[in-house]
Write a protein that binds this ligand. Sequence first.
Ligand SMILES: NC(=O)c1ccc[n+]([C@@H]2O[C@H](COP(=O)([O-])OP(=O)(O)OC[C@H]3O[C@@H](n4cnc5c(N)ncnc54)[C@H](OP(=O)(O)O)[C@@H]3O)[C@@H](O)[C@H]2O)c1
Length: 316
Amino acid sequence: MTLRQLGNSDLLVSPVGLGLWPIAGITSIVDSAADSVSTVQAALDAGINFFDTAYSYGYEGQSDAILRQALQGRRQQAVLASKVGMHWNAGRERVLDATRATILKHTEQILQRLGTDYLDVMYLHAPDGTTPIEESAAAVSEVLKRGWARYAAVSNVTLSQAQAFHAVCPVIAIQPYFNMLQQSAVTELRTFCHQQNIALVCYWVLMKGLLAGHLSRDHQFDPRDRRLNYDIFRGESWQRNQDLVDQLRRIAGQVGSSVSQLVIAWTLAQPDITVALCGAKRPAQIIDNAGAMKLTLPPETLAEINACIAQRGPVS
Ligand SMILES: NC(=O)c1ccc[n+]([C@@H]2O[C@H](COP(=O)([O-])OP(=O)(O)OC[C@H]3O[C@@H](n4cnc5c(N)ncnc54)[C@H](OP(=O)(O)O)[C@@H]3O)[C@@H](O)[C@H]2O)c1
């Protein structure tokens, strides 16, 4: 699969992007920083050039430190996207702050952490519920004017928020969550993105690992693994999700792919989705996921998967 144009920009990105959240070690356990560095390098070697980080990926910018180390001498090969508007307070509680002052301050810090002069894409991570979205958009616009980022984007927005942001600060991409079981956010945004030539860059494509197929039905999560906080990983929902994954395992066997590749290829076959972001902590995972860029599913396989998804039904 070839590189894709990101919205109406001149950026060409791989349809599979590497998400740096797991490497930050906040919701999942990072065994080794060396593995994290190798994962980024393995992604580049496997044809993935799009990297997704954020000010808040790590209590102290761990994901930026890993990216900086991994991309030494290879910055020009990478399309770097980051996000501002979310951070951690001293008690390690998540804070949404999308004010102008914080957006500008945190962008400067990101550039220092990464050791780069510019980002390719800067997202507003999420509206903070208090600051008018137009103020946040104007601040991201200022980031562009100062040369700190080439293009603007926005994440975790409703359609009306996306429209209000775009009117002040035109975006090339919107980043919602999207996976086989959670499609409503993209359904809401799809027509607007299509009409405005805005890329949909989707996260949680693998549903935090649930749809990667490596977690067996009787998997015992480490108590430090915060995925247990999500309903989809517990009780009745977990069992029903595993029923779906069993079907995906069967179809992947027929196609000759891994479950993860099947899920990513299905995602990239959905209309208007430009990029599937996948988190990974080990080189083997991202090499596997990169293989999805060479997998085109025939219509009958897509229909079979859709029937399995319909049988499971959406989760909230
Ligand atoms: N804009 C936002 O607010 C927002 C929110 C969430 C995420 N994101 C972005 O989207 C990215 C993706 O989300 P995510 O990382 O939370 O979850 P994800 O991509 O849905 O799942 C990542 C997990 O899947 C497992 N995995 C990945 N590839 C695998 C493979 N080939 N075989 C087996 N297991 C595999 C790993 O789990 P194990 O740990 O079990 O190995 C990995 O930690 C993030 O990294 C981040 O960049 C953005």
